[in-house]
Design a protein around this ligand. Structure first.
Ligand code: FES
Ligand code: FES
Length: 163
């Protein structure tokens, strides 16, 4: 077993000091060390996107990052969307537009979409389709996920504010 390293992770605005093996992935540190189990693990090799979190505001596969690489970065997980237990507007839009069935892909889809809307608040349907295609969903057929993200984008950035 390799020697453990002390790492400070800033997750959802809170700093945590952890002793981790250098090979420990970020997603395992989040789920097993910090008990933030909202982030899911599917393929563990960067294909499915179930593990998507935001790293410095940009979507990233947490199974492809080591925890030690996250030192000094701002990590946001799906738990950050509802700190008081109430769904945020994007989560509510997924409910309203049937953007989930089994829910396994949902945390990753939400963080992927949050990353898109933070960078491109006026994202249109085609752009949303392209971005959402990065993550795998076995249930919904994607239309309802795109509907949910598009409705949230339109509510956050009304037509008159779109260029
Ligand atoms: S678990 Fe990370 S991409 Fe599938
Ligand atoms: S809702 Fe089941 S995998 Fe997406």
């Amino acid at each position: 077993m390799s020697e453990r390293q002390l790492v400070t992770l800033t997750v959802n605005g809170v700093e945590h000091e952890l002793l981790v093996e250098p090979r420990r992935t970020l997603v395992d540190a989040l789920r097993h060390d910090l008990r933030l189990t909202g982030t899911h693990v599917g393929c563990e090799h960067g294909v499915c996107g179930a593990c998507t979190v935001l790293v410095d505001g940009l979507p990233a596969r947490a199974c492809l990052m080591f925890a030690v690489q996250a030192e000094g970065r701002e990590i946001s997980t799906v738990e950050s969307l509802s700190p008081d237990g109430r769904l945020n507007d994007l989560q509510q839009s997924f409910v309203d537009h049937h953007g989930l069935q089994c829910g396994f892909c949902t945390p990753g889809m939400l963080m992927l979409a949050e990353g898109l809307l933070a960078e491109r608040p006026a994202a249109g349907r085609e752009e949303i389709r392209e971005v959402v295609a990065a993550n795998l969903c076995r249930c919904t057929g994607y239309q309802s996920i795109v509907d949910a993200v598009e409705a949230c984008a339109r509510a956050r950035c009304p037509q008159e504010e779109r260029s």
